[in-house]
Write a protein that binds this ligand. Sequence first.
Ligand code: APR
Ligand code: ZN
Length: 251
Amino acid sequence: MEEEIRKAAEILAKSKHAVVFTGAGISAESGIPTFRGKDGLWKKYDPEEVASISGFKRNPRAFWEFSMELKDKLFAEPNPAHYAIAELERMGIVKAVITQNIDMLHQRAGSRRVLELHGSMDKLDCLDCHETYDWSEFAEDFKKGEIPRCRKCGSYYVKPRAVLFGEPLPQRTLFEAIEEAKRCDAFMVVGSSLVVYPAAELPYIAKKSGAKMIIVNAEPTMADPIFDVKIIGNAGEILPKIVEEVKKLRR
Ligand code: APR
Ligand code: ZN
């Protein structure tokens, strides 16, 4: 493990343009459940039912029951892994964070350039009249166990700005993420099973463009063969150690 941490630090310390790609695993130590890891949400819920656009339109209440269980956990605190990435950005090493997470914890830890491939829980939109809402506008409804209804057109198709299965990714963000993967010289994946596309294509794009590849994950992934450095473990413990090593190398 120490040897791998040192190798990862060497790659980052030499990097002119490093990019970090994160998934649910980086927020696990903040108390947010992952989807496919141990005790993953998809072991308990059917993603087609509660996290797809067709499921949402068929049964908004099922979507909201799932989202309300997740929402309370989503307003968690960043953990040392989020802060380590923000610090690498301040050191001028990390130029962009590409995340699949909707929890906004990278921004709360101080990361500036964050590309949210799967949207965020920031706002809600009516799919029928495109009216936008803050969560606070539905606080009373949630308390009464009611699901959001558009105040303007009466539609029940009011949903958070998170990308559901079957919905397209935000095109501008995806385009920028692909550009970052092509131009980076170091690409570090943290806490993702790398099974959901098109997001999981990005490590392959970075590899093909000649980037040095690092992965920090609690378990092996199918994509492991493309990585130069593979570290199995918890991001909240490992990333601060990588930053310490980078600082030593840069002294
Ligand atoms: N540190 C590092 N890795 C961890 C930790 C941890 N503390 N805890 C869990 N992991 C790893 C798990 O081993 C798993 O491989 O994080 C990975 C999380 O994988 P997923 O749950 O599949 O999450 P992710 O890759 O982000 O999923 C992609 O799928 O459900 C959709 O839209 C959702 O954005 C999500 C997408
Ligand atoms: Zn509306």
